[in-house]
Unconditional design. Sequence first.
Length: 90
Amino acid sequence: MLIKRLKEARLRAGLSQYRLGVLAGVDEASSSARMNQYEKGKHQPDQDTVKRIAKVLDVPVAYLYAEEDDLAALIIEFHESRKQSRSVQS
């Protein structure tokens, strides 16, 4: 499900493939092509790259791998509620 969720999260964040790649630490010269390959399913990012991408997109890694749309939505809801709880506690 990484293919679908990655593109959804990137578009929601308003980032181009190039910008996401650069922010996630992918070499500038290949960042757009690399992100495109991940979104098309031609290549799979390693776990460290997925973690960096998730951080840039402000989504949990679990969201990127959620198979069901309902589960993905719940993961995002939980993530957002935790962020709000933390900001209230600060």
